[in-house]
Ligand binder design. Structure first.
Ligand SMILES: [Zn+2]
Length: 378
């Protein structure tokens, strides 16, 4: 092989190079083999002069090309090694994801869905409302008695609500109220972001704010957007209690159902954008990435605590995307973002039968016109 190679070079030099370099008519490079062309271009690099080469010079050229070949071989080997490592890491990641997926709770069965409907209906019963399954539109709210125009249909506190960035400096983060004339808001000394109308509001808020406060301290001076702050709060909700029993009679069952609907049970019973066919795959991927980022951020902000699993973060993010409502002021200007599972059951309509307003962060739904029993709320 070596001998042949050397012979090719000699051949190229003796027969072709002088003519090629001289630029004579009919440059014969096209008639050379690939090896000969390669040898020729190497010679041209070494010396552009049209002259003969001694065997010593040719040996030097051959040695130089051999060194270059070795460098190229090492580069290719390093590339292969890198590619193998990436593939191995990818396989490990897939295996971890599969293990994670295996730990996820199973999707709710038909009877679990029925149980959710039963609990929502029990929580709505005191208002004279129920949850209705409408063909083609999924679940919706409906009246169980007649309502007069303007009558209160539903009044619920949020499962969690946060003020948006534009109102963060001007409104109490617990009551969403503006400070009284001449008074100023008190700032949380931990994160220096949350503001409260008074010490009592700050005390009320602490149960929800404590986890968020750690997160805000970790991300300072940047402040996560309202969606991520709402997500942080919803992630810390206690897991839903067991089945709603009949202890304490109907009123007891309704109270337990109301607590379930206002907590993580009601939240997770809502539909998620990640499970909806009409949401673009691109948007779903984006939410998955946001979830992974948020999970990492929480792990970083609270090193002592286990980070919430990405599937749970993605599940809540998907429910925020579909169900979160903008909290508005008296002039219907948005001031925050909140999660209200019972109100989120109402379907959208271009000719609504109910109007939604807020008293602080508490949501109120009122009839826009007289409603008969069994009328859908939209
Ligand atoms: Zn704070």
């Amino acid at each position: 092989m070596k001998r042949n190679f050397k012979k090719s070079i000699r051949c190229a030099v003796r027969l072709c190079v002088p003519r090629a370099i001289a630029g004579g008519r009919g440059t014969p490079t096209e008639s050379l083999t690939l090896t000969q062309q390669h040898a020729m271009s190497a010679l041209m690099d070494v010396d552009g002069e049209s002259r003969g080469y001694t065997f010593e010079e040719l040996d030097l050229i051959e040695a130089k090309m051999k060194r270059e070949d070795e460098v190229e071989a090492r580069r290719l080997a390093a590339n292969d090694e890198w590619a193998d490592r990436v593939v191995a890491e990818q396989e490990q990641l897939e295996a971890r994801k599969a293990a994670e997926a295996a730990k996820r709770p199973p999707l709710p069965s038909v009877s679990a869905k029925e149980e959710e409907l039963r609990r929502f209906a029990a929580a709505l019963a005191p208002f004279g409302l129920t949850v209705d399954v409408v063909d083609g539109a999924g679940r919706g709210l409906a009246t169980t008695r007649a309502f007069a125009a303007g009558e209160l249909l539903l009044r619920v506190a949020p499962t969690a609500a946060v003020v948006d960035g534009a109102s963060a400096d001007s409104r109490c983060h617990e009551s969403f109220a503006l400070p009284k004339e001449g008074a100023s808001l008190q700032r949380c000394s931990g994160c220096r972001f949350a503001r409260y109308a008074c010490a009592a509001r700050q005390r009320d808020a602490w149960r929800c704010h404590q986890h968020e406060c750690t997160l805000l301290k970790a991300t300072r001076p940047r402040v996560p957007g309202a969606t991520l702050r709402l997500l942080a709060r919803l992630l810390r909700l206690p897991a839903p209690a067991g089945p709603v029993g009949s202890a304490g009679g109907a009123a007891g069952a309704e109270g337990a159902a109301a607590a379930w609907a206002a907590g993580s049970g009601g939240l997770m019973a809502l539909s998620s954008a990640l499970e909806m066919a009409e949401i673009a795959e691109e948007r779903k991927l984006e939410m998955g990435e946001q979830a992974a980022m948020m999970s990492g951020l929480l792990a970083h902000a609270t090193p002592g605590q286990p980070a919430p699993p990405p599937w749970l973060v993605a599940g809540i993010l998907g429910r925020i995307a579909t169900n979160a409502l903008a909290v508005t002021d008296d002039e219907l200007q948005p001031i925050g973002l909140g999660m209200y599972p019972l109100a989120a059951l109402a379907n959208h309509s271009c000719d609504p039968t109910a109007a939604q307003t807020f008293d602080g962060a508490t949501l109120e739904l009122r009839a826009l016109r007289p409603l008969a029993a069994g009328a859908p709320l939209t």
